[in-house]
Design a protein around this ligand. Structure first.
Ligand code: SAM
Length: 258
């Protein structure tokens, strides 16, 4: 890899397939007036074609050697390089209307998505390459094996779309698993009807904590028989059978009751 040894601990699998890179850039469709940040630019597979369409591109890279290469490379004049951990980076400072892109390090993708969700009101959209299994979980419908906390919390906050799959051969070194591109667009605030998002988050976490158990058990601390009756939800169901809107209703019921 042009003198760089891929670091496993930073989830480094570099894109090398030109057709796939073009397809991703076409899906992002960067425009010169847009503020875009790329997480994990690495050796610049996406950084180059995206920055060609912009005056300025923000990049967040944790690997010192890779950040240094970017500083010394020909793309440097166009880049605003943030050499830091994306999990600690305050994306809010780059918004409003920020576009976030990246071929994400798979080992931190879920915490990173939750971190970005906190800045969603300043984000226009996000286009990410993730492990396909994670994308399947993000877009999953109720009553499927893939449906879980990630599906409910991200679908509540974002419109989530699976764009296309990317095979292992598109990377060096090749990962063991399939990848996929996902597009996340924050929902307008009028659609965010949970009165207490933290409460909703706690309820969803508890409901999926033990998948095989009934709601009566998993949400025992939050709701009693009278609450279930008032909500019109059978507590012998399991968490994976409820729609996102049901979780909003449950959380709002708890918030109203105090
Ligand atoms: N974008 C490049 C590509 O498509 O070839 C590299 C993708 S590679 C899967 C992930 C990149 O994210 C690497 O450059 C890695 O060093 C960087 N990275 C890993 N953990 C990170 C973190 N916590 N914060 C910022 N960047 C990180």
């Amino acid at each position: 890899m042009e003198g760089h040894r891929a670091r496993k601990r930073f989830g480094q699998n570099f894109l090398v397939d030109g057709n796939i890179i073009r397809k991703i850039v076409a899906a992002i469709d960067p425009k010169p007036d847009q503020v875009i940040v790329e997480i994990g630019p690495g050796l610049g597979a996406m950084t180059r074609p995206v920055s060609e369409k912009l005056d300025r591109l923000h990049v967040v890279e944790i690997d010192r050697d890779l950040a240094q290469r970017l500083r010394e490379g020909d793309l440097a004049p166009k880049l605003e390089i943030h050499e830091t951990d994306a999990l600690k980076f305050d994306f809010g400072t780059l918004g409003p209307d920020l576009r976030v892109i990246g071929n994400l390090p798979y080992n931190i993708s879920s915490p990173l998505l939750f971190h970005l969700a906190e800045h969603a009101e300043r984000i226009r959209d996000m286009t990410f390459m993730l492990q396909k299994e994670v994308v399947d979980r993000i877009v999953a419908a109720p009553d499927t094996d893939e449906y879980g906390r990630l599906s409910v919390m991200l679908q509540y906050r974002f419109e989530c779309a699976h764009l296309f799959d990317v095979p292992p051969g598109a990377f060096r070194p090749a990962p063991k698993v399939m990848s996929a591109i996902v597009h996340l667009k924050p929902r307008p605030v009028e659609q965010l009807t949970a009165r207490d998002p933290l409460r909703m988050s706690a309820i969803v976490k508890a409901a999926f904590g033990q998948r095989r158990k009934t709601l009566r058990n998993t949400l025992r601390e939050h709701l009693d028989v009278a609450d279930w009756a008032a909500l019109g939800i059978d507590p012998s169901r399991r968490g994976e059978t409820l729609e996102v809107a049901d979780y909003v209703r449950i959380a709002n019921h708890c918030a109203a009751r105090g």
